[in-house]
Design a protein around this ligand. Structure first.
Ligand SMILES: [Zn+2]
Length: 243
């Protein structure tokens, strides 16, 4: 990845001006408990029917059961993140994607911890500490990108430069899921972001797309594209834990 874009990504992470809380839309309260599933009890003398097939968009529940995933919505509170040409500031896009992702992973059986589920500020060290404290099997940080070049587009995955094999495999699984979902992905880069290197747990940072790209910003502001991103990330994470 060229240096200009890398620099832009770092700048996006550090962006702390232009907060526009009035633009934040109402976000649903997170519900992380797995909803109770009514279980049909077959009559003892009747051959049990085959289990109902899972919805096709979800892979079968596998070893994600019981895995602890810390979902980190980047920025928040006094730190709006990037704005670009987006109506929603980065912190709000990140939170929307992160909340859908958290719910989805929880539905699939993971133990999910969110670093924030409202518009509030948390330090980078505070986020990293949550990965450690919860002994995260995976820490996934959700961001949205900014670049000087308005045409820059696509998601990007980051892992620590000396990332563990687990972090690499998790990033590759998410990249593959993005490709299956036809979400543009620019690849996997190494970076020194605090949320990646400030703790010992496997970690991936997802830049969901560029808020400086008019077309991508428009999509990132829609709940349908936020859900598409979140479900693809959840699919990648599910595949990672299944291997
Ligand atoms: Zn960011």
């Amino acid at each position: 990845m060229n240096q200009v874009l890398k620099t832009a990504s770092v700048a996006a992470l550090l962006w702390c001006v232009g907060c526009a809380p009035g633009l934040l839309r109402d976000l649903p309260d997170p519900v992380f408990a797995t909803p109770a599933q009514p279980k049909a009890t077959p009559a003892p003398s009747v051959k049990a029917p085959p289990p109902a097939p899972a919805p096709s968009r979800k892979p079968a529940r596998r070893s994600i059961d019981g895995a602890t995933v810390v979902v980190d919505a980047g920025h928040g509170g006094k730190d709006p993140g990037a704005q670009g040409v987006s109506v929603m500031p980065e912190k709000a896009v990140n939170l929307a994607v992160a909340l859908i992702l958290a719910q989805e992973l929880s539905d699939r059986g993971a133990k999910v911890v969110t670093t924030r589920d409202t518009d509030r500020f948390i330090t980078l060290d505070g986020r990293a500490a949550m990965a450690e404290r919860n002994r995260a099997d995976l820490f996934v940080s959700i961001h949205s990108d900014a670049a000087q070049r308005a045409a820059a587009s696509g998601s990007t995955l980051y892992i620590a430069r000396n990332a563990s094999d687990r972090s690499r495999r998790a990033a590759r699984s998410i990249e593959a899921a993005f490709k299956r979902a036809r979400i543009e992905c620019r690849g996997i880069n190494g970076a020194g972001f605090r949320v990646l290197v400030g703790h010992s747990r496997p970690a991936v940072l997802v830049e969901c797309g560029f808020l400086t790209n008019r077309n991508e910003a428009r999509k990132l502001n829609t709940s349908s594209y936020q859900a598409k991103l979140a479900l693809a990330i959840a699919d990648g994470i599910t595949d990672y834990f299944s291997k």
